[in-house]
Ligand binder design. Structure first.
Ligand code: NI
Length: 201
């Protein structure tokens, strides 16, 4: 997920992690982020059966790509890897806040309350549009050591996790935009094709 211009700085929930990398941008990160129109973004991701050093290596590479693009969330399919893996960091300016690593995330509950919020995506650079989603969720996942975890996020973290989890199913936030006039205009202005949107019915 890309940061919206209107977004206030929000502190991420601090969490212990064994993944420690610099948040400084790299000139050319190893994993390229694919953009709207590339079919890799539409392919669903598979569960990770074993959380090992290879997965942690992939996490580091994804973090480098995310930080280099100044994003706050990245899903593995965005770098062409169809595994159920997300990296999130809502506090990218602060070098001491660890990222959140979500492996095989599963949403087990949604709040009845919904919220409208302006989203962006590293795969659709420059496009920022309102999306309606549940304001909080319940989540099961594994961390980067394979340990089962639970989380009940709200606010920006709940928003970001839902956005990134959509990527695991080949869904992009533009598919959920309800203001089709704004959608068409924003896509055109940023060099994207409206035909690459697959509206959620
Ligand atoms: Ni995205």
């Amino acid at each position: 997920m890309a940061r919206s211009f209107s977004q206030l700085a929000i502190n991420a929930e601090k969490q212990r992690t064994s993944i420690a990398i610099s948040k400084n941008p790299l000139e050319k990160p190893e994993l390229e982020i694919h953009t709207l129109g590339n079919s890799v973004l539409r392919k669903p991701a598979k569960r990770i059966s074993k959380v090992d050093a290879n997965i942690r290596d992939l996490v580091k590479k994804m973090l480098h790509s995310m930080y280099s693009a100044k994003g706050i969330g990245l899903a593995a399919p965005q770098v062409g890897i169809h595994k159920q893996l997300l990296v999130i960091d809502l506090d990218i300016e602060n070098p001491t806040t660890p990222p959140i690593i979500l492996i095989n995330p599963e949403i087990t509950g949604y709040s009845a309350s919904i919220e409208t919020y302006e989203e962006g995506c590293l795969s659709i650079p420059g496009v920022y549009l309102n999306v309606i989603r549940p304001s909080s969720i319940k989540l099961n996942f594994r961390d980067e050591m394979g340990r089962p975890k639970k989380l009940n996020p709200d606010g920006l973290l709940a928003r970001c996790i839902q956005h990134e989890m959509d990527h695991l199913n080949g869904v992009l936030f533009v598919d959920r935009v309800t203001n089709l006039e704004d959608l068409k205009k924003e896509l055109k202005e940023n060099g994207f094709n409206n035909k690459d949107v697959m509206p959620i019915q």
